[in-house]
Ligand binder design. Structure first.
Ligand code: FAD
Length: 376
């Protein structure tokens, strides 16, 4: 599988076309198999593009439904909606993100004070635990910036339940290296594996399952296959979904950021974009590879935006916006939202507006509304 991810919209669309022509037809049956970096692709590997919205969920879903029909695309569409669900869930449970950041900082402090923990952590992130598969995934993540979904699940489960390492340090390790590193999907997936998202329901990695879905490449021994799930005293509190703004008519300055890099399709109503600025806010601790990908993706979006709106486009520094009102795509909980200037007007896509109100509890509520969201 090609693990180079040129961070342009054109490269994302090429990958989508290749997926529809190749692995897409067999997706539902083969998506659980991880054939490894040199093996056959079983999933789309579109996540670095979707995470930054270089391509949007709406266009990916519509292309899959056009290629395979509603029934043939159902499993793939449902997986795309996991991303939408996690985004909406974190918007209404922002403490899951801030608690994770605080936990990870506290756990990093523990590493300095506890030599045993420090040793196990170092062996885990350097791929030296001796656990078949786990060590390979640790190295694969650092070397390529991407892991198959099943490998992420096995890795997180072994990290938490066999190595007994703090889950927040694992989520932190992923966020530093994943090219699709996302505050919502990453934090909530780690919480889900631990049994904190759906309380008491944890994901347990089993040797037999790993052998089977890696085509026998890995055969780990010594896994704890009967652990209890984790618990926490205070689950993240639900808050009301913040209301989006309406773009004003007339000249505006458009601020684009790493959570939405397709400004051409933003719902800007009567606003006229007279200047475009780019905000580069990386995930905390992001690796050089992730930072370079972020910068390339933003540069691509600025080029397209400048051409599309017929105005100057560059980094949002100094007095880039002039006296114009600043409009931006909604930045979900995470570094971009934290970096937005005060007073800017945040517009939300119809996709998120339709889906997020159904993302406050479990996924099944949103799943039953997928046709409704897609038509919105
Ligand atoms: C511990 C753990 C951490 C994760 N961290 C991230 C992360 O930081 N960023 C991220 O984008 N995904 C994350 N995921 C979800 C999932 O593993 C990836 O989205 C998926 O592997 C991307 O591969 P793909 O593009 O080939 O997916 P495909 O199977 O081709 O699916 C298409 C798209 O749907 C979305 N999607 C699919 N499965 C999931 C899922 N389970 N959860 C959320 N979205 C999904 C992705 O945007 C993906 O690109 C994590 C999963 C686990 C278990």
């Amino acid at each position: 599988m090609d693990r180079t991810f040129p961070m342009t919209r054109a490269a994302g669309l090429d990958r989508l076309t290749a997926f529809l022509a190749e692995a897409g037809a067999d997706y539902a049956a083969s998506r659980n198999t991880d054939a490894g970096p040199g093996g056959r692709t079983t999933t789309s590997a579109l996540s670095p593009y979707l995470r930054r919205r270089l391509i949007t969920e709406a266009e990916v879903v519509s292309a899959a439904e056009a290629a395979f029909g509603d029934g043939g695309a159902e499993k793939f569409v449902s997986e795309v909606f996991w991303r939408t669900y996690f985004k909406g869930h974190l918007e209404t449970h922002p403490a899951a993100w801030t608690d994770f950041l605080a936990l990870a900082a506290a756990d990093r402090g523990r590493l300095a004070a506890e030599p045993g923990l420090r040793r196990t952590h170092a062996m885990a992130i350097e791929g030296r635990t001796g656990i078949d598969g786990f060590d390979d995934w640790a190295r694969e993540l650092v070397e390529t910036g991407w892991l198959h979904n099943h490998a992420r699940m096995w890795f997180a489960s072994i990290w938490i339940f066999t190595l007994r390492l703090p889950w927040a340090l694992g989520a932190d390790f992923f966020l530093r290296h994943l090219l699709d590193g996302d505050p919502a999907s990453n934090t909530l997936s780690w919480r889900w594996v631990a049994g904190l998202h759906t309380r008491g329901k944890h994901y347990v990695a089993r040797a037999e399952n790993i052998r089977r879905y890696t085509n026998g490449r890995f055969d780990p021994v010594g896994l704890d296959e009967y652990p209890d799930s984790l618990d926490e005293p205070m689950p993240p509190r639900e808050v009301a979904l913040p209301v989006a703004d309406t773009p004003p008519p007339g000249d505006v300055a458009l601020l684009i950021h790493l959570d939405d890099l397709h400004p051409e399709s933003l719902p800007l109503a009567g606003a006229r974009v007279a200047r475009v600025g780019g905000l580069l806010a990386h995930a905390p601790g992001a690796s050089d590879r992730v930072r370079a990908a972020d910068a390339a993706a933003l540069a691509d979006a600025l080029d397209r935006a400048g051409a599309h709106f017929g105005c100057e486009a560059g980094p949002a520094t100094g007095d880039w916006s002039g006296d114009r009102p600043v409009v931006t795509a909604w930045a979900p909980v995470g570094p971009s939202a934290e970096g937005l200037p005060a007073g800017c007007l945040r517009v939300r896509r119809a996709w998120d507006e339709a889906a997020w109100p159904f993302s406050t509890r479990g996924y099944s509520r949103l799943r039953s509304r997928i046709p409704q969201v897609v038509s919105a």
